[in-house]
Unconditional design. Structure first.
Length: 265
């Protein structure tokens, strides 16, 4: 029998999906090399609020194999979906060519991944390559998150919408919108958020949060962006790149219990 929630009589925003598995309002947390013992504590405390975890960049290559397999098993047991960050896929493509991708997909599946991200943050893809790589990963038996946008240049928001539609057409389940497209010198591009909301299905995109890897972004800017995204999309927006240390605080914002106070329709 599950113990009642502390202060369970206090209402939270009824628009927030609280039961897992969620189909909207997904929270994706970054694993930047978390030790498995630390991760076990995170899942015990905050696992109910984490839907997806990205093993970022090429860190899957650096884990001991048994530790990585154990990590993926822990995540799945907590109903948290792990996936390989897109820059690892870019690295394999850039260093080894397209012919190496099937082997990459087979290794991902053998380790216990069922999802990868396909992006072009640092290795540009044209529309044909983007479509072909996503479709190829799907044929290999993987689920795919696409990503649109650049870490280097600010794109026209309509281009992001067009690229996202290519990803969907190729079989991508979700499309992540690169955080660097949404901020400049720490300020949120609210017009870009509006174009995305009006041009794409909200339940199939994830808005990435920025971090210190983007020039000019401070912790306070990340918090401001969370609030801006929640105002634009509501508490059940899909959010990506949440720092593991702030997942509880992010859920507090979604439910109206955080520093922004109750969110209104």
């Amino acid at each position: 029998m599950t113990a009642p929630a502390p202060f369970g009589f206090v209402p939270i925003d009824t628009r927030r999906s609280t039961a897992k598995p969620r189909t909207k309002g997904l929270s994706m947390v970054i694993d930047d090399g978390l030790p498995n013992g630390y991760l076990a504590d995170v899942l015990r405390t905050a696992g109910a609020h984490i839907d997806i975890m990205k093993i970022k960049t090429g860190l899957s290559r650096l884990h001991p194999r048994d530790v990585l397999v154990e990590k993926l098993q822990m995540l799945k047991a907590a109903q948290v979906r792990p996936f390989i960050g897109g820059q690892f896929h870019e690295y394999v493509f850039a260093k080894m060519g397209e012919s190496a991708l099937p082997r990459f997909y087979d290794e991902a599946l053998s380790l216990g991944f069922d999802t990868i991200e396909i992006s072009d943050n640092v290795v540009p893809l044209d529309d044909r390559q983007r479509h072909g790589q996503i479709a190829g990963a799907r044929r290999a038996g993987l689920r795919v998150f696409g990503e649109v946008g650049s870490k280097e240049t600010l794109s026209n928001p309509s281009l992001l919408v067009e690229q996202a539609r290519i990803c969907f057409d190729a079989g991508a389940e979700l499309v992540l919108v690169e955080a660097a497209e949404l901020v400049r010198d720490g300020a949120v591009h609210e017009e870009t958020l509006r174009v995305l909301r009006e041009g794409l299905p909200a339940d199939r995109i994830m808005i990435e949060l920025p971090g210190p890897w983007i020039a000019g972004v401070r912790s306070c800017d990340v918090e401001s962006m969370k609030k801006a995204v929640l105002r634009e999309f509501g508490p059940d927006v899909n959010l990506a790149n949440i720092d593991v240390k702030t997942i509880m605080d992010t859920e507090a914002l979604r439910t109206g219990l955080g520093t922004a106070g109750p969110l209104h329709d």
